[in-house]
Design a protein around this ligand. Structure first.
Ligand code: ASP
Length: 597
């Protein structure tokens, strides 16, 4: 037998009993004639004890144990002389009578402790050692609990878990597909699903009524920090439902997860339209843990001779409470430069300080009287000690820049509190988004999303050849996102279930009828065999886990993640394949390219 107990199990009640433990040597300390070893497994750490009374040969072997050796010990549990209150097993230790080395270990390339000396790349290369560390191990255990609770809740609600294929044909969700060459069909390729979208809709046509799946999705997107080319969704679809019923079901799931796993009672989730979110926060995923909503000044600032404001489509700002004194001129200059970096792209920033002594000071004091500045302050609800930051320009980009500034102030002044959770539903997204570069519309969510009922007739009746793009910008969709603390946790929509409307939507998106039929004929065909009204949602599972734990990065919630270049540095993928393999797959181009070089 390898063990009678785990390394996290022994307490005072076990004192006097003989036990067997197996695990890894976390550390060894020799103090005079006494040797202590911390033995670790997934469940915890137990202290092993050897002294002069221990058999000499055994003591010698104990003295040679290196870090991460795998051992099995037998001994008697006894109360410790000096207890460790920070450890659940800290009241006891095991006086070792037998020791067997099950496997030796090379010296690990970094310390396998909560605080490690290993850098990111090294930890990824030896991920199996990294996962032995508590902070990583606990995140994986946490993830497992979230998955199990999700299954429990959805099963309880009558959802059925159905697996959908990974080798499919492209689904357009806005990213590039990963493709898999077919050996049996020369020159043909499967695509890995960006999501099971079309399959879950077909399951609704098939009468499955309530579907879910915790499923891998694959998107070949340009690499951004904290994006993974493969990630996991909690993917769901329901038939005969309104948007309201979907929101309530998944608000229920979210509350259940927070309650069961974090013992946090979330309040009912507020709803905000997309337009309102953009107007008040400049973002479709506002972080509601703090205020600093936008205030618009257009009517108060025009015709003052200050060209920047006079020529702007929007003049708007935020009020940072009680921080006027913490911004010197130098600080403000730095902040302005930060806003002017190409990533944000603001032209400049105006500030107004309302000093504690009642005086007002502004970078545009030349153009505006104190009375005018005070009138702005009133609109912001500013108090003595507050500072206003104001941006101006084209409305959409100004809002985005101001949103970045708002978040920066939130970070800087510690307003995004850990353990504070502020969920909300953002609803009524636009159906389409105009892409200047390609001169076409893109689906804001995806091409299967239904316009709102009141917009359907207009869409169906429009002659696409005569329509102008601006005729469609105001179409609204039954599409929604769940946002928690400024992170998009999930998104979904009511779907089109009528062939004619789906065809119209493809036309709007610039597909020829032939292209639409070729790519999505199977779905539109299914719509002709009694497709029920349906809709659904998908949660980003990795992101949900990270947000629940107040973490920025999803990486540690994934057992074997890719690095920022999309590589798995442990198994070294992607990698070239053998010439014969390429040949079998009928991939001549890559081979040719190789020979050329
Ligand atoms: N398939 C969508 C996505 O991955 C979610 C949905 O509409 O249900 O974002």
């Amino acid at each position: 037998m390898y063990r009678t107990h785990t390394c996290g199990e022994l307490r005072m009640q076990h004192v006097g009993s003989t036990v067997t433990l197996s695990g890894w040597v976390q550390s060894r300390r020799n103090l005079g004639g006494v040797t202590f070893i911390d033995l670790r497994d997934r469940y915890g750490i137990t202290q092993l004890y050897f002294d002069e009374a221990t058999d000499a040969a055994l003591r010698e072997r104990a003295g040679k144990l290196g870090r991460e050796f795998v051992v099995r010990v037998e001994g008697e549990v006894r109360e410790r002389a000096s207890k460790n209150p920070d450890r659940p097993t800290g009241d006891v230790e095991v006086v070792v009578q037998k020791l067997e080395v099950l496997n030796e270990s090379k010296l690990p390339p970094f310390t396998v402790e909560d605080e490690t000396d290993g850098g990111d790349e090294l930890r990824m290369k030896y991920r199996y050692l990294d996962i032995r560390r508590n902070p990583v191990k606990e995140k994986l255990i946490f993830r497992s609990r979230v998955a199990i609770e999700t299954r429990k809740y959805l099963a309880e609600q009558g959802f059925i878990e159905v697996e959908t294929p990974f080798l499919i044909k492209s689904t357009p969700e806005g990213a590039r597909d990963f493709v898999v060459p077919s050996r049996m069909h020369p020159g043909q390729f499967y695509a890995l699903p960006q999501s099971p979208q079309t399959f879950k809709q077909l399951l609704m046509v098939a009468g499955m009524d309530k579907y879910f799946q915790i499923v891998k999705c694959f998107r070949d997107e340009d690499l951004r920090a904290d994006r993974q080319p493969e990630f996991t969704q909690i993917d769901c679809e329901m038939s005969f439902v309104t948007q309201e019923e979907i929101l309530n079901t998944f608000e229920g799931l979210t509350k259940h997860l927070f309650k069961e796993i974090l013992q946090v009672d979330l309040p009912d989730f507020p709803r905000m339209t997309y337009d309102e979110a953009m107007r008040r926060f400049g973002s479709d995923k506002p972080d509601l843990r703090f205020g600093m909503e936008f205030t618009e000044l257009n009517d108060l600032v025009k015709d003052s001779g200050f060209v920047v404001f006079d020529s702007a489509e929007l003049v708007a700002g935020i009020c940072v409470p009680a921080q006027a004194a913490s911004f010197s001129n130098k600080d403000i200059k730095k902040l302005t430069e930060w806003l002017q970096r190409p990533q944000i792209g603001a032209k400049g920033m105006v500030h107004v300080k309302f000093n504690e002594d009642g005086s007002v000071k502004s970078s545009v004091g030349k153009f505006f009287s104190d009375e005018q500045l005070k009138a702005w302050g009133e609109r912001f609800g500013a108090k003595p000690g507050d500072i206003l930051f104001i941006l101006a320009g084209e409305a959409e980009s100004t809002r985005k820049q101001l949103s970045e500034l708002r978040l920066e102030m939130g970070r800087r002044f510690g307003l995004m509190k850990e353990g504070d959770f502020k969920p909300l539903w953002v609803v009524d997204f636009p159906l389409l988004e105009w892409d200047e570069e390609s001169g076409r519309f893109h689906a804001m969510h995806h091409p299967f999303t239904s316009p709102k009922r009141e917009d359907m007739q207009r869409m169906l009746e429009t002659d696409m050849h005569e329509a102008r793009p601006e005729d469609f910008l105001d179409l609204r969709a039954d599409a929604y996102d769940l946002v928690i603390n400024g992170a998009e946790i999930g998104g979904g929509s009511i779907r089109i279930h009528d062939r004619a409307l789906q065809e119209k939507n493809f036309q709007l998106l610039g597909f020829s009828d032939e292209e639409a039929r070729e790519q999505f004929g199977f779905l539109m065909g299914a719509f002709e065999y009694g497709a029920p009204p349906h809709g659904g949602i998908a949660f980003g599972f990795d992101r949900l886990c990270a947000v629940m734990q107040g973490q920025q990065s999803i990486r540690d919630f994934i057992a074997f993640p890719k690095n920022n270049q999309g590589r798995d540095v442990m198994i070294d993928a992607p990698a070239p394949i053998a010439a014969e393999q390429l040949e079998e797959l009928h991939i001549a181009i890559a081979k040719g390219a190789g020979e050329e070089a």
